[in-house]
Design a binder for this molecule. Structure first.
Ligand code: UFG
Length: 338
């Protein structure tokens, strides 16, 4: 497998994955509509790797513009599909925005996978598909509970679509259910850099530390967890990136078609919001101004991953610690605010 199309390749996980793919000698093409990311990310990728991926500014919901890329590029060996909106609370407020962007974009892309006979497809799914599960860790065979947000529903629908289209399209599919990717590449040229105000926990932590936000709101302190705050499985974004390269390798070695594997991409460790904040404060020596608030609409209380399948199928495990996640996230914030 040589030529890989990365949708959403200027986004957070997308850009880190592009770096890992380039470093593993793939030819990478990026499609991104830059609605939530910045063009300068491409420069960051080039500075990190010394290689410049081809870039198309196109919206996946614009079927004609999308098809032009397929026409121009000729044979595409694999697709890694990131392009989607990802904010849980925004999806509760604007569900149709999420269904339109995340579902329609995937439909268009899959139609072109069929038409242009792309054989390998990796889909960005999310641990949010599990809903609120009482028995942790969650494994791929855990029965899904109802989605807690429209964002999560779009990921459930995406997986369901792949389950259906794999029967028809002669290709192989993987859905990677990411847990919570955080941190940044150590070189310092790419990181979490949305063109909208971020509302994920780590950019809010680093943004508060640097003075962009007055204080950090902690959503929930009386939940049924060990310290009352939510539990998540944080994973360094470069470890997540490497899981995609491993997924493409796995796909390229398959001898059959019409398969769809669902694989958790997590560390296997549950960390509370308060523990993550404490780790940041310890690593950086900065005390954050914080305030407790009600739980956020659409949030699950606790989730972390069973990692058996990812290590068995992909021969992949996480390498980076919580401290490295916090340090690289902070380095990135500092580098981008001077
Ligand atoms: N949180 C706060 N304060 C904040 C922001 C977040 O307390 O200012 C809490 C949330 O309530 C939650 C935890 O921090 O308990 C993590 O929240 P994030 O927004 O960072 O991430 P989510 O768990 O909501 O996960 C979502 C998607 C994932 C995706 C992740 C990162 O469900 O698929 O965002 O984009 F990977």
């Amino acid at each position: 497998m040589k030529k890989v199309l990365v949708t959403g390749g200027t986004g957070y996980i997308g850009s880190h994955t592009v770096v890992d793919l380039l470093e593993n000698s793939y030819e990478v093409i990026i499609i991104d509509n830059l609605s939530r990311s910045k063009r300068e990310v491409i420069e960051g990728i080039e500075k990190t790797t010394g290689k410049l991926p081809r870039f198309y500014s196109a919206d996946l919901c614009d079927r004609t513009a999308l098809e032009e890329v397929f026409q121009k590029e000729g044979t595409i060996d694999g697709i890694v599909h990131f392009a989607a909106y990802k904010y849980v609370d925004e999806s509760v407020k604007e569900p149709l925005l999420y269904y339109r962007n995340n579902v329609e974009g995937l439909i268009n892309l899959l139609e072109l996978v069929k038409k242009y006979q792309v054989k390998n497809f990796v889909f960005s799914s999310s641990c949010s598909v599990y809903g609120n599960i009482e028995t942790l860790p969650v494994s791929e065979s855990t029965k899904l509970n109802p989605a807690e947000s429209p964002y999560a529903s779009t990921k459930v629908i995406g997986e369901m679509m792949l389950e259906d289209v794999k029967l028809e399209i002669p290709a192989n599919f993987i859905s990677l259910r990411y847990f919570n990717p955080v941190g940044a590449h150590t070189a310092g040229f790419i990181g979490e850099n949305p063109s909208v105000v971020p509302n994920n926990l780590v950019p809010r932590i680093t943004g508060t530390a640097i003075g962009k936000f007055e204080k950090l709101m902690i959503f929930g302190n009386q939940l049924p967890t060990r310290d009352g705050s939510c539990i998540r499985d944080y994973i360094h974004v470069m470890d997540v990136a490497k899981a995609h390269t491993a997924a493409l390798k796995y796909l390229s070695e398959l001898s059959s078609l019409h398969t769809h594997e669902i694989i958790n991409i997590g560390s296997g460790k549950g960390v509370t919001v308060l523990e993550l904040i404490a780790a940041f404060e310890k690593v950086t020596g900065i005390q954050l101004k914080k305030e407790f608030a009600s739980p956020r609409e659409g949030d699950v209380i606790a989730v972390y991953s069973d990692t058996t399948k990812s290590s068995k199928l992909l021969n992949w495990t996480v390498e980076k610690s919580i401290e490295e996640m916090m340090q690289t996230a902070w380095n990135w914030e500092e580098a981008n605010n001077t």
